[in-house]
Write a protein that binds this ligand. Sequence first.
Ligand code: C2E
Ligand code: CA
Ligand code: CA
Ligand code: CA
Length: 278
Amino acid sequence: AKSNHLGEYVFYNQKMQDSFNERMVIESHLRDAITNQEFSLQYQPQVNLHNGETYGFEALIRWNNPELGFVSPLTFIKVAEDCQLIIPIGEWALRTACVFIKNIHDQGYEGYRVSVNISVVQLMQDAFTSMVLTVLEETGLSPEYLELEITESIIMESLERNISKLQLLREKGIAIALDDFGTGYSSLSYLRQLPITTLKIDKSFIDSFLGRNGDISITSSIISVGHDMGLEVVAEGVELEEQLSLLKELKCDKVQGYFISKPIPSNEVVNWIESQVM
Ligand code: C2E
Ligand code: CA
Ligand code: CA
Ligand code: CA
C-alpha cells in the first residue's frame, strides 16, 4: 500500500494541475464573454400549485464560447466568483432579465415575475443595492416583479453585513428567496432575522420522495415552518407527477422542474404563456 502511495500522490497532483489549468482557460475566456455576447439567459417557468398557473420564470445563465462550446454555470460561476468577474456578469444577467420581463409585460402579458440568481460576491459589494435599484429604474421594471435568489449557505457566512442590504431591497418591494434551502446550516432563529419572502426547497429533498425508503418528512417540516413564518415555499427539481401530487398534499405553494418545463430560450416564453392560458 505504501508503494502505491507515491503514485496516488503524483496522480492527485496531476489532477490538481489539470483543474487549475482548466480554471485558467475558463477565466481567460470569461474576460471577453460579455463584450463578445457569449452569454444568454434561459427561463424556467414557475407554477403556483394552488391554481396551476405560471406566475414567473427563473432566469438561468448560459455561456456558449466559440472555443469551449457550452460551459455549465456549475463550472464557470465558481471561477467567475473567484476572479470577481461575477460582478459584471451578474449585473448583465440582472439587467437582461429585467429588460426581458418588462418586454413581456409590454406585449400584454402582465404580472409575470422574474427570479434572478445572485452570488454572494455580488451581495458583498457596497454598491450592490444601488446597482439593483439602478437596473430597475433604467429598465422601468416595477420592483414587485423582481425576485432575487440567494443561496442559504452564502447568507449565513456574512449575515450581519448583508442583512441590511436585503432589508432595504425588501422594503422597496423586491422579493427575496432563500435558494437551495435545507442544504446549509441555518437555524430557525436565524431564519427569522432574514428579510426573506420565499423558501426554495433544494432538489435533493424532492428526490428523496422516491425509491423504497421514500422520505417526505424534511420537506413536510420545511413547508410547515415556512408557512408559520409567513413565507411562501417553492419546490425545485420536480421531475415526476408523483412528486408534484405529494407536494400538493403537503400544501407546498409553488413548483419548478422538468415535469413542468425545462428552462426555455427567451423567444419561446410567449409561446409557453399562450399554451398555458388556453
Ligand atoms: P439553481 O439556482 O439551484 O438552479 C436550478 C438548476 O437546476 C438549474 O441548472 C436548472 O436548469 C436545473 N433544473 C431545474 N429543474 C430541474 C429538474 O427538474 N431536474 C434537474 N435535474 N435539474 C433541474 P443550471 O441552469 O445548470 O444552473 C446551475 C446553477 O448555476 C444554478 O443552480 C445557480 O446556482 C447557478 N446559476 C445559474 N444562472 C446563474 C446566474 O445568472 N447567476 C448566478 N450567480 N448563478 C447562476
Ligand atoms: Ca436558483
Ligand atoms: Ca436551487
Ligand atoms: Ca443549486
